[in-house]
Design a binder for this molecule. Sequence first.
Ligand code: PEP
Length: 249
Amino acid sequence: MAILAANWKLHKTTAEAVAWARAVKRSPLAHRAEVIVMPGFLQIPAVAAEIAQSPISLGAQDVFWEQSGAYTGMVSAAQITEAGCRYVLVAHSERRRYAAEDDEGAHARIRAALAHGLTPVYCVGEDMDQRNAGGFRRALKEQYDRGFGGLCADEARRVIVAYEPVWAIGSGQPATPEQASEVAAAIREGVGARTGLLEGLRILYGGSVAPDNVGGYLLGGGIDGILVGTASLDPIGFLALLKAVVGNG
Ligand code: PEP
């Protein structure tokens, strides 16, 4: 089943979040993909209550690696799990940019998430300078080498990788399905070499996905699903995306 994950970033009041969940959970299409919604922390309890008994899963947008202590402003994997989340984004490029998260921190976050039964969605992606200066391979290799660190194959299989080229996020300039497939193959090979995971690594594509381009990514090119920001915010637009995903996934 294809994955369709909605990253709301810093959008939506609680009332708007609940209205979205009410609209999307009613759709029969929600049973035909793994739909994951990732609200802001403060909206998680209300969305969790609204989607209880529905096929929609809940994710958080970040996690800290420690479980408790003097870490003002941080949220732990245990707290996220207790709130009803099954997934958590790790090292989204906006966290890298605005909160100085790095690959070592990503590794610690991935370990903390796994230890609490959460599925980390580890975001990797090159910026345009890196792509122009010799391609995506070196930039991405550093990210997945450090992020996956000493994970064994069984641990690596429980991580989802989201390939999100920085130049494609929110820009209206998506990577082509061929570019996404090429990168996915390189990630699978690199993570396999690092962890021994030979098959079963799930990879999402994210970056300016919309209903009219989503289908191309799921046509057998090694992409297991989509992480979507802007086009996930409006429930009607999200349902259009979901329709295209279940038609092609
Ligand atoms: C994202 O930020 O994860 C993302 C994919 O954003 P957008 O869909 O707006 O490019």
